[in-house]
Design a protein around this ligand. Structure first.
Ligand code: PHE
Length: 345
């Protein structure tokens, strides 16, 4: 039996040495030390031995068991360490490798132009006002001195929702709404927003586009305030050397009404393709708020005056960036949009 034990020990120790994974080693442990293993069997068989041999054999079996357990534990520590090292090596990150480039987005060119225009007017003390895109005929037309049947309504072909409700054709209804809400107080606002017209889409027309409205109402607001404001604006947006020119025009809600041109930023006024050889580029419509408009909104035209202007950021962006088709702004082709980076502004 002693010999048997010795063999068993050697066999176990060899298997332990040869185990190359934690799992294999565990199998060895179970097969030798487990409840059904040979060592347990030997201990169980002790009862059959003569009484005087039992202590000696018992001690021997214990020695073998301890030695197998010890080498099992030692091997286990080694194998576990190896396993951890292997995993660490596998998961190692090379911090010296160049990173993958991160795709960054950029602002839509139209958003950039609107932001810039807003920044300019906010710096001049204007506040931003907003109004609904689905608008009442009253605010879109009537309160702006365009009663039903007025021929100038044809200037802005409209999408009607019902007889009295339409998609606003310009941001001017926000003038009427703001005046009505302010109840006689002084006003200095701009209103950026979407507007809608029943136009066929082409390179220069879109059924939906953007406008920025401006309105200043107060005591002693004059045409020269309007002109000074527009002059500063033109220089800010198109360069310090820009001149502006006001041409007489017509809008039912302003009197007098003007159209503002800037001297061509490409040729400086000599005449080129951008200014169609005239040296001037039309930018926006403006005028002094019509007394009827003031009166309808509850202001006293003999006590206060005001000026208003309205412009199209698409047109400004097209001129600025040389975009030849307004539809580029809405199709959102990433190849188009990604051309406009902050640094190029
Ligand atoms: N609402 C006018 C338009 O859409 C622009 C405008 C606004 C003109 C304010 C004068 C004053 O054409």
């Amino acid at each position: 039996m002693e010999q048997q034990l010795q063999l068993l020990k050697e066999e176990a120790l060899t298997k332990i040495e040869n185990a190359i994974s934690v799992k294999e080693l565990n199998d060895v442990r179970v097969s030798y030390l487990g409840k059904k293993g040979p060592i347990t069997d030997l201990l169980k068989g002790m009862g059959k031995l003569p009484a005087e041999e039992r202590p000696k054999m018992g001690a021997l079996v214990n020695v073998v068991r301890e030695s197998v357990t010890e080498s099992l534990e030692a091997r286990m520590i080694l194998l576990e360490e190896q396993a951890i090292n292997e995993q660490l090596a596998k998961e190692a990150i090379d911090v010296t490798l160049p990173g993958r480039p991160v795709q960054t987005g950029n602002h839509h060119p139209l958003t950039r132009v609107v932001d810039e225009i807003e920044d300019f007017f906010i710096s001049m003390g204007y506040e931003i006002a907003e109004g609904p895109e689905v608008e009442k005929d009253y605010y879109n037309f009537e309160a702006l001195n365009l009663p039903k049947g007025h021929p100038a309504r044809d200037m802005q072909d409209s999408f009607y929702i019902s007889e009295d409700v339409l998609l606003r054709t310009h941001t001017s209804p926000v003038q009427a709404r703001t005046m009505e809400a302010k109840g006689g107080e002084a006003i200095k606002i701009i209103c950026p927003g979407k507007v809608y017209r029943r136009d066929s889409d082409d390179a220069t027309h879109s059924h939906q586009f953007t406008q920025i409205e401006g309105l200043v109402v107060g005591e002693n607001i004059t045409m020269s305030d309007l002109k000074g404001t527009l002059d500063l604006f033109a220089k800010k947006m198109f360069g310090e050397e820009r001149e502006i020119r006001l041409r007489p025009s017509f809008f039912p809600f302003t009197e007098p009404s003007v159209e503002m041109d800037i001297s061509c930023f490409k040729c400086g006024g000599d005449g080129c393709n951008v200014c169609k050889k005239t040296g001037w580029i039309e930018i926006l419509g403006a005028g002094m708020v019509h007394p009827n408009v003031l009166r309808m909104a509850g202001y006293d035209p003999s006590a206060v005056t005001g000026f208003a202007f309205g412009m199209g950021p698409e047109r400004i962006a097209m001129l600025r960036y040389g975009v030849e088709d307004i539809r580029h702004f809405y199709t959102n082709d990433i190849r188009f949009i990604s051309q406009f980076h902050r640094s190029e502004a």
